[in-house]
Design a protein around this ligand. Structure first.
Ligand SMILES: [Zn+2]
Length: 123
């Protein structure tokens, strides 16, 4: 179950961040990205994260998850293209000699922190 692995990774990143920010500051949200190759939907990951952090401080943190596109380059005709779903053929020449530029399944991009002095904007 990849969603569980990714949710644990989010919790771990949040705990590390929590320990590095000054007292009075708090984490408001986290931005992460999923590859379509991970076969995990953002909704599923959010759900898993909520269940995992229910009743803890982390429960209040916003989770922004986007789905990345897969970037492929055809080694035969050099055509570069983006896809949402895994494919084994070049969309131009139908060759199967493809180079995948993005292979990470899950990335934590940034963690947003608010300090208690400044006004917290709600978005
Ligand atoms: Zn091609």
């Amino acid at each position: 179950m990849h969603d569980l692995t990714f949710a644990k990774e989010i919790v771990r990143a949040l705990n590390i961040k929590q320990n590095s920010i000054p007292n009075g500051s708090r984490i408001t949200s986290i931005n992460a990205a999923l590859s379509p190759l991970s076969h995990v939907k953002p909704e599923t990951l959010t759900e898993t994260f909520r269940v995992m952090t229910k009743g803890t401080e982390l429960d209040k943190i916003g989770l922004n998850i986007k789905v990345l596109k897969i970037e492929l380059t055809c080694r035969t005709c050099k055509h570069a293209f983006q896809i949402d779903k895994p494919t084994t053929r070049c969309v131009k020449c139908n060759d199967s000699d493809l180079d995948m530029a993005y292979s990470k399944e899950f990335v934590i991009e940034s963690i947003n922190v608010a300090d208690n002095q400044s006004q917290q904007k709600t978005s």
